[in-house]
Structures are given as C-alpha cells and as structure tokens.
Design a binder for this molecule. Structure first.
Ligand code: URA
Ligand code: URA
Length: 316
C-alpha cells in the first residue's frame, strides 16, 4: 500500500482512538490496522477493562520524541481529516471530560521543590545504596508479632510486600484495608482488583511487579497512617527498594507519594510527572481506591501508566 496512505490511516486511527479515550462512543476505529511499531517497544498494550479503549493502541514510532502529544493530524488540512470533529468541538460538548493537556515533555524534569531530605539514606546520595540483605531478612526482622507502633493493637496480621524480587516496576500504597488485613497480602480487595487491571493495561502481570505499602498494619477505620506510625514502618519499605532496585516506582495516592518523596505537595499537583528517588523514576498517580470513587480520573492514571510503560520500554 502507498506509504502516505498507510501513515494517513494510522493517524486517522490514532485520532479515533484518542476520541474514544475521551468518551466519544459514536465513532469506531474499524479501519485497516497498520501498526507503526517502535523497535524498542516490548511491552504490548493488550485490551483492558481498565480504560475504555477496547481496541489495540497504535504504537508511536518514537514515543520519546513526540513533542506535542496532540497528533499532527489535528493540525492537518487534509479533506479526509476535516470530516473528523476538532478536539475543541468535542470537548465543548456536554458531559465530555476536558481534553488531555498537551504535555510538552514526555518525562519532565523533577520540580525543584521536591528534594528528599530525611530519608533513611540521608540527602547526599544520588543513587540507591547497595544492599546486602534479602527480602526474607526484612520480613524476619519485622516479625509476625511486630509491636513497633500502636497499629498492632487492632490489626489481624502484618501485611508484608509481595512480588518479584527483581521487578522493574514497583507500586506503593498506603496501608492495608480490611481485605488485606484478613488475607495478609497487599492490594487484594476492590482497589487491588483495579490495580491488577492497571498493571495488565500496560502489558504486565501482577507477578511481574513488586507491591508494598508505607504501613503494614491496617489503621482503624482505614484512616491514614499517622507520622509516628509511618516512622517505624517506612524504613522497611525503603530497604526493600534498595534490594529490588526497580526502574520505576509508582506511588499510589497522597500517603505513598508524600512519604516516599518527603514532600507536602499533593498528588493532584504531582501526578503525571516523573520524580526522582535516588536515581529511581517515581511516577505519582491516583490511588485505585480514589479511582473507584471517581472513575473519571482513570483517564489521568492511564496517561501516567502509558508514560511508565514507554519509559520501561525505552530501557530495553
Ligand atoms: N489500599 C492500600 O493503600 N494498600 C492496600 O494494600 C490496599 C488498599
Ligand atoms: N487523595 C489521595 O490520597 N489519593 C488520591 O489518589 C487522590 C486524592
């Protein structure tokens, strides 16, 4: 097929998919599928219930170099393309979410105000310290009967981190809820089910990643863990990070984000922009429990996860 036509159809499909992501349901992308495959792209994007698109996602040729995520197709004067609604028209329609803000940099520089100052490892090191311990050592040191903080009084059991000891991707949540407290495993309740979908949406499986929480015992009424509870438990998580040495840490929600990055800046401000934790990229995004309460925010988390996927692919 004529190469120009292939590119045109590719871009057209991309436009339709983008509109569908925004919630437009009256269009379909039933065009010949032409994948412009990045040579580096290893992690595929399978169909997922996590986000609405029930169709394969086109891989951009070089995602890192896209300066404006609003595809050039939207500025095109082609008569074929002029039949598509303009983004501005679409977003003006009632009940449509605001269009994704163009992000100039796929991986923006960390904001200057984020500077880990009081972490376990001090504030000078730019890379994770070497670790000569194992995940089992840490679990043993915590012990099944930990009484370092008062959360022990109401918990059923300590909920330790789970996952692949060499995972490239790590997720950090807040603290166990009722289901986790009963089962002894993080993220196994409704929020956990959604987290599994989020992981699958970027072509990975729960077993491929590492999952932990800032605190390992369930706070009464699922309240946020207090500073004097965090101070006892967080160091174990930081030591696990130094053992696993992931390439990306996704911090889920305010508690995880603020405690890992030692910042008071809120998740709504930080989400979507890679931060740094001793040389490890940190992607703040919404907590799945929050997404269950406000499903319209799933689209932002999907954007964040695509950036995580693209960054992991770029390392292959
Ligand atoms: N919410 C969390 O933050 N962690 C869990 O393990 C479960 C729900
Ligand atoms: N507040 C949180 O703690 N987490 C979210 O994801 C959103 C708001």
């Amino acid at each position: 097929m004529n190469e120009d036509l292939s590119i045109l159809i590719s871009e057209l499909r991309e436009q339709v998919l983008y509109l569908q992501e925004l919630g437009v349901t009256s269009l379909n992308a039933d065009l010949p599928e032409i994948k412009v495959q990045s040579p580096k792209s290893k992690i595929q994007n399978p169909k997922s219930e996590f986000v609405v698109p029930d169709i394969p996602i086109i891989q951009k040729t070089e995602p890192q170099k896209v300066e404006n995520p609003q595809s050039s197709i939207r500025n095109s004067n082609s008569p074929l393309l002029s039949r598509l609604p303009k983004l501005s028209e679409v977003s003006a329609q009632k009940d449509f979410p605001t269009p994704i803000q163009p992000r100039v940099e796929v991986m923006p520089k960390k904001p200057v105000e984020i500077s880990p100052t009081e972490t376990l490892f001090g504030d000078i090191s730019q890379t994770l310290p070497e670790s000569n311990e194992t995940l089992a050592d840490i679990k043993a040191e915590i012990g099944p009967d930990c009484t370092r903080c008062t959360l022990c009084e109401k918990r059923t059991q300590v909920v330790n981190s789970v996952g692949k000891p060499t995972a490239k991707l790590m997720f950090i949540g807040e603290a166990p809820g009722a289901d986790e407290d009963a089962k002894g495993e993080p993220f196994v309740g409704r929020a956990g089910q959604l987290l599994n979908k989020i992981i699958e949406a970027i072509g990975m499986k729960r077993e491929d990643v590492f999952i932990g929480n800032v605190n390992r015992c369930r706070p009464p009424q699922n309240r946020q863990p207090l500073p004097d509870e965090v101070v006892h438990c967080k160091p174990f998580l930081l030591r696990e990070i130094a053992i696993v040495r992931p390439k990306v840490i996704v911090v889920l929600g305010n508690t995880a984000c603020q405690n890992l990055l030692d910042t008071k800046v809120g998740i709504t401000k930080l989400r979507g922009n890679f931060q740094d934790y001793f040389g490890v990229k940190v992607m703040p995004t919404f907590h799945p429990a929050y997404l269950l309460r406000d499903p319209s925010k799933k689209r932002e988390t999907w954007e964040d996860m695509k950036n995580v996927r693209d960054y992991l692919n770029s390392l292959e």
